[in-house]
Design a protein around this ligand. Structure first.
Ligand SMILES: [Zn+2]
Length: 391
């Protein structure tokens, strides 16, 4: 296995850097909690070399042209309706105007201050199948969607990291896509600043698993460490998988090029951060209030978390589900991203059963913004119940 092709990777980042310099890098000033950073829209992008690599990276997570940036649940002042509905096809083709940050959502777990931070929202043209359920009958998928008044020709991917401020530590769970997937995503830093934090304030980062939408935000476009003071907490199994000479990606139902992209990114990321890693096993007690839960299947070392203070808890689902309807109504469906589809389904059922039985509040990385909800059992499966704001 070749290490990440640094030239290719930096080419991707450089292209984004060029295209979005005005927007993304205008976010450099720490923002107070009452002041959302406001991108400027003055720089004219250059369509230079690297276009193919950029599209390859987008394709790797299914954010191909035809997607649309939408959604703003804490819409910054000045955000326009146009920026919420303009097709990402346009944004990707001529991204003269960066998409607005999608927002953040505060809640408490006991005395812990928690903030769900959106990394963005991307809508792709085409059915959610086969991405979310390659083994499913399309007629069943279409009926499930139609019965919920949802389109059958568009699919949405949400991305949420979670910040937990315990008073002693400031923990960020996952980091978003960074600059790897275009202007619809990569908004964690902007939203973190808008919520009143700086990257330097983060003391720990929990990496639930090493897929690009979870580790892409560790580096800035110029390859600097975005969270300079943070230790990275990662499952040893996950680390050992991606750093092995030949990680087994045969279970992923993706093109070989995409598998290679995932493998090289995982390996190079752990190499870059080798001096900042705390490798753990599920169950290890490394942070007070944090229970690390084995959720293998999506990746070999994939972890969920239960965060507790006093009698109050929130369960971080990580990637036990990628779609808020399909994988609840049909928990036997497995996304193309699952390394071991059979194990991923078994883990999902086990995790959902625990959450439903214990009536836990949940934050789901890929659930609809702000990602906060509950899970209950229904006939034949489960149901995701978005939690009303403020409750
Ligand atoms: Zn993910």
């Amino acid at each position: 296995m070749q290490p990440l092709n640094a030239n290719d990777h930096s080419k991707i980042a450089n292209v984004y850097n060029e295209l979005h310099a005005a927007g993304n890098h205008a976010l450099g000033n720490p923002a107070s909690s009452s002041q959302a950073a406001k991108p400027t829209h003055t720089a004219k992008p250059s369509h230079a070399a690297g276009q193919v690599s950029r599209r390859d990276a987008l394709r790797a997570v299914g954010l191909v042209a035809g997607a649309a940036a939408i959604g703003s649940y804490a819409m910054p002042r000045g955000a326009s309706a146009r920026s919420m509905t303009q097709p990402v096809a346009d944004l990707l083709a001529s991204p003269t105007e960066p998409a607005e940050p999608a927002g953040f959502y505060r809640f408490k777990v006991g005395s812990f201050d928690c903030v769900a931070l959106s990394d963005g929202v991307a809508v792709s043209s085409g059915s959610p199948q086969p991405t979310f359920a390659p083994d499913a009958d399309k007629a069943d998928i279409d009926k499930l969607l139609s019965d919920r008044y949802l389109p059958i020709d568009r699919s949405t991917m949400y991305f949420h990291t979670l910040l937990i401020d315990t008073g002693e530590t400031v923990v960020l769970i996952d980091t978003g896509c960074g600059d790897l997937t275009g202007p619809a995503t990569g908004k964690v830093e902007a939203n973190l600043r808008a919520a009143g934090y700086t990257p330097e304030a983060i003391t720990h980062i929990v990496i639930t698993h090493a897929h690009l939408d979870h580790i892409g935000g560790l580096l800035t476009p110029d390859k600097a460490k975005r969270y300079a003071n943070a230790r990275l907490i990662v499952s040893r199994t996950e680390h050992d998988f991606w750093t092995s000479p030949t990680p087994d990606l045969s279970g992923l139902r993706m093109p070989d090029d995409t598998k290679k992209f995932f493998a090289t990114l995982g390996k190079s990321t752990f190499e870059t951060f080798k001096d900042s890693l705390d490798l753990i096993q599920p169950g290890d007690k490394i942070l007070p209030g944090f229970e690390f839960i084995d959720a293998k299947g999506h990746t070999p070392g994939h972890m969920s978390l239960l965060i507790t203070d006093g009698n109050d808890v929130v369960f971080n689902l990580a990637d036990c589900a990628h779609h808020f309807l399909l994988m609840f109504a049909r928990p036997e469906y497995s996304a193309i991203y699952d390394a071991d589809p059979t194990q991923a389904v078994a883990t999902r059922r086990k995790v959902f059963d625990r959450i439903a039985a214990d009536r836990l509040n949940v934050v789901g990385y890929h659930m609809p913004s702000p990602g906060f909800g509950n899970i209950r059992r229904i006939a034949g499966g489960y149901e995701w119940l978005p939690r009303p704001w403020g409750l």
